[in-house]
Design a protein around this ligand. Structure first.
Ligand code: SF4
Length: 473
């Protein structure tokens, strides 16, 4: 009986197989023998098998479904809808195997207000994923792995984990509206601060950590009861609009003695306006998290039906910074659905100064890897299809607080995988940048891209392949 949020209705992966509904005379349930197979497969374009399965789930549970991971909205354009157009005659490529391409990335130094802008060796860092959503071993792995290649990781909401601080050479400390464990000592031990006003997976809604993951340690860090679902607030108690936000930013600058930059992370909804407001309020870095961004737990309807694609949010954010004279003063970080260095390079070309990766880093750690088949089966899923981070029963020890499961995640082995993944991604970015004739990855530009679909061109303003004109409204 499904009666609490930890029960999982494994839509859409538990559709009955044909064998399960076949009658002894060979007919398929609902289909008289001898009719075309399209009848059995469902002819309605509205009541598809997935739509029917979803209604069954709602009727079974009596509430919306909750799950982890990211959107299953198949109609969202992907970075594969964009292609690079390397240098040929009009431009000169760099020698890919001989010439170098700079990847140094500085975030938050543009206003000249802080003593220690974030300086990274690569234009990629690890996204904000909380201790709570992830195990301590997974958090430490991310910290060690990121440090190995000279980049940053982020605490996520819920406070600073000592293992992560120790592992991370550069640590971004996140302050969520729920104010979990906001600690002045932690603020002063951070290399940068991040105010969160939303996330791409579920903009307009606060974090969700189901009771199964609220261990004694999490409970102590967040000063909330053990085993009880934690539904974070989304509205900051300290500010309602731009003027209050400016005061908050100044307060944080004073608290850190103007040493470290202030980031602001938002879910991508109206980036053209939201980014301009954040920049005007005085933050040093704006992080725009597109609708493809992941999460440990969310109402599924928000994952699938809110937010705008990462690719369109980057263009809108860049144009907003250009229009209000903040390019060069405020850095722009893009996130949401970035799988590879190729995706990351496209984000840089669209206008991002850096990218942040979450799901990709988890997969590099071993999420959905082909092991522990029986444990995946117990969750009603299989390696490659798992989206059960919300249950706390992660078979590979990443999204869990269960000590036995967590022990499957070796922080040092995980760190090696993260370091190799980030190194490989960076090689992919530089390979593309050199092919486009750039001596720095930050010289990638929109002109280096062409759109392979009308949607991608319309969403981004990138010229269509071949005809060299953007989709014209
Ligand atoms: S393997 Fe673990 S981290 Fe990956 S989707 Fe499943 S529960 Fe989440």
């Amino acid at each position: 009986m499904a009666d609490d949020l930890n029960d999982t209705y494994t839509y859409p992966f538990d559709m009955p197989s044909e064998e399960a509904v076949k009658f002894s005379d060979g007919a398929i349930a609902g289909k008289p023998a001898g009719v075309p197979s399209s009848y059995a497969e469902g002819g309605s374009t509205r009541w598809t098998p997935e739509a029917i399965s979803e209604v069954h789930a709602l009727a079974q549970l009596g509430r919306y479904q909750v799950r982890g991971y990211n959107t299953f909205n198949k109609r969202m354009p992907t970075f594969d809808d964009l292609t690079f157009v390397p240098a040929t005659m009009t431009r000169l490529p760099l020698e890919g195997y001989r010439e170098s391409c700079d990847t140094t990335t500085v975030l938050g130094g543009g206003r000249g207000l802080v003593e220690k802008p974030v300086e990274l060796k690569i234009p990629i860092y690890i996204a904000s994923m909380s201790f709570g959503a992830l195990s301590a071993n997974a958090k430490a792995s991310l910290g060690y792995g990121a440090s190995k290649v000279g980049t940053m990781t982020c605490t996520g909401e819920g406070g600073m984990l000592e293992e992560e601080r120790e592992a991370s050479q550069t640590l971004l400390y996140q302050m969520s509206p729920a104010r979990y464990r906001i600690d002045l000592d932690h603020i002063r031990r951070a290399d940068a601060l991040e105010i969160v006003v939303g996330q791409g997976a579920k903009p307009g809604t606060g974090g969700l950590l189901l009771g199964m993951k609220v261990s004694e340690r999490i409970s102590e860090m967040r000063t909330l009861p053990v085993g009880v679902d934690q539904r974070s607030t989304i509205r900051h108690p300290d500010f309602l609009g731009a003027d209050d936000l400016a005061v908050k930013v100044e307060e944080l600058r004073i608290a850190t003695n103007y040493q470290v930059p202030i980031f602001l992370k938002m879910g991508a909804t109206r980036p053209r306006y939201d980014v301009a407001i954040a920049a005007k309020a005085g933050v040093d870095v704006v992080v725009v998290d597109g609708a493809e961004g992941g999460t440990g737990a969310s109402p599924e309807l928000l994952l699938n039906h809110t937010g705008i694609p990462t690719m369109s949010s980057i263009r809108a954010a860049r144009e907003a910074l250009d229009e209000c004279g903040m390019t060069g003063k405020v850095s722009l970080v893009a996130a949401g659905g970035i799988r590879s260095g190729v995706d990351a390079a496209k984000c840089l070309a669209l206008g991002a100064d850096a990218v942040m990766i979450g799901n990709g880093a988890m997969i590099a750690l071993g999420c959905n890897s082909p092991r522990y088949y029986e444990d995946f089966a117990r969750l009603g899923t299989a390696p490659g299809a798992c989206h059960h981070c919300h249950t706390g029963l992660c078979p590979v020890g990443i999204a869990t607080q269960d000590p036995e499961l967590e022990a499957r995640m070796d922080p040092h082995a995980g760190a090696e995988r993260i370091a190799r993944y980030l190194t490989a991604m960076t090689m992919e970015i530089t390979a593309l940048a050199k092919a486009c004739g750039k001596s720095s990855v930050h010289n990638l530009e929109v002109e280096d891209l062409r759109a392979m679909s009308f949607e991608a061109s319309a969403f981004t303003g990138v010229k269509m392949a071949g005809i060299d004109r953007a989709f014209d409204w």
